[in-house]
Design a protein around this ligand. Structure first.
Ligand code: NIG
Ligand code: FE
Length: 413
């Protein structure tokens, strides 16, 4: 495979000479950059980089990146891109005054998506999810996590996870799969919730593990969804079958989700729109990453997570899209980075660290993705002309991506 040289890069962003496993606290504001740089890719890997004063003279293929930035691909560590239908009728209902929780209590929300998914053939689910995956790759995502959770029955949860497995087989980017059988209590189990938890623990988790369909186990631990006790039981069953926890916590209330996630050694606890001193203390005492999803706050009009407080407490914040039909119907990481700066007062450097390096750590791919470092996979993007790193989040809603490079080659889509 030929090598590829990118020359005259205005700023090579997240270029690490000493790769860091993560950026936490004050270090989140440290974003290593190299101005007027070159980057050499060999096969599917990053081979070398440096200042233009010592640029290699020859390469099989060269790209001129004058006036442009080069960034490692975004790592989107929290999505639900396998779903049957969009939910714009609920969006209009919310404009008219209903809340997300009221819609859910009336059988809309996740239950609406589950009903639609159960009626949709696997082939159609795959085709639609594959389109969404290609869409987010065009937006600069180069590693992704995808959850089940719109099945809510043994067969339908397995159906989604098999779709994810099929996506893995065609995807140019790595995919991590998460089992989210405990996303909502299905209508049939409304008055027998304990039996649904039994079903998740006794049937779904063993089947998912047996077929090797998931890397992680998720629970929506929040008001009106799953309790702390139910969450703990499910996470422990997951661990017993080799599935690490990675959970939804504290979106709707101070649910205890952060604490139960940390206590059960979750890789990450995601959402955290309701997080205060107790949650921050729990996170500081453990190794669980706080993942923030500002697209959800923006779309639902709920509070933003306290990113500043988490960073100032020394924690490594992660950013992800939560791409799903109910609370965040967008997979555009650049917009999430803008929201993090505009609404959560993260510095551009902090937001980019959260969306690249820390995102890779949240799906345990930090050895291969998340930064421009020699030996890592060559997944990156070249921006349109930009004056500075800060101009990327500043130009909110714009698509900064001009050229996507995956596995060392320009991705034509
Ligand atoms: O991360 N909060 C729980 N799950 C998703 C939304 C699911 C839906 O509304 O379809 C989320 O926001
Ligand atoms: Fe989610």
């Amino acid at each position: 495979m030929p090598n590829l040289l990118i020359r005259h890069i205005k700023t090579l962003v997240q270029a690490e000479t000493r790769p860091r496993p993560i950026a936490a606290g004050a270090d989140m504001a440290e974003l290593p950059v190299l101005h007027d740089a070159w980057l050499l890719l060999e096969n599917d890997r990053i081979a070398a980089f440096g200042p233009m004063s010592n640029c290699p003279e020859r390469a099989d293929k060269t790209i001129d990146a004058t006036g442009r930035l080069v960034l490692p691909s975004w790592c989107d560590s929290h999505t639900h891109i396998v779903f049957a239908a969009t939910r714009e009728e609920e969006f209009v209902g919310r404009i008219r005054g209903l809340s997300y929780e009221e819609i859910a209590r009336n059988g809309g929300g996740i239950l609406n998506s589950a009903q639609r998914l159960q009626q949709t053939p696997e082939e159609k689910l795959f085709e639609d999810a594959w389109q969404r995956l290609q869409e987010v790759i065009r937006f600069g995502t180069g590693a992704i996590e995808i959850k089940s959770g719109y099945g809510l029955s043994v067969e339908s949860e397995l159906k989604i996870l098999r779709v994810i497995r099929r996506l893995k087989s065609v995807s140019p980017i790595p995919i991590k799969a998460t089992f989210l059988g405990a996303h909502a209590i299905p209508t049939d189990f409304k008055h027998r919730r304990q039996e649904y938890v039994d079903l998740v623990v006794q049937q779904m988790i063993p089947r998912v593990a047996e077929e090797g369909l998931a890397d992680y186990c998720d629970v929506f631990c929040d008001r009106g969804f799953f309790t702390v006790e139910e969450t703990e039981r499910i996470l422990q069953a997951g661990w017993a079958h080799g599935l690490k926890p990675k959970i939804h916590a504290n979106e709707l209330d101070f649910s205890g989700g952060v604490q139960v996630g940390v206590a059960n050694r979750a890789v990450s606890v995601d959402h955290l729109e309701h997080a205060g001193d107790a949650e921050i203390e729990a996170l500081r005492a453990g190794h669980t990453l706080p993942t923030l999803l500002p697209g959800c706050s923006f779309f639902l009009g709920i509070p933003y997570a306290p990113a500043r407080r988490l960073i100032d407490a020394g924690l490594p914040v992660v950013l992800a899209t939560d791409y799903n039909p109910g609370s965040s119907p967008s997979g555009r990481m650049a917009f999430v980075v803008s929201l993090a700066c505009i609404k959560m007062k993260m510095l551009p450097e902090e937001a980019i660290n959260a969306a690249t390096l820390n995102g890779s750590r949240a799906i345990e791919l930090q050895d291969e993705y998340g930064s421009i470092a020699v030996g890592k996979k060559a997944n990156l993007f070249i921006t349109k002309p930009l004056a500075s790193v800060a101009q990327l989040p500043y130009s909110f809603g714009n698509d900064p991506v001009e050229t996507v490079v995956l596995n060392g080659r320009v991705w034509e889509g």
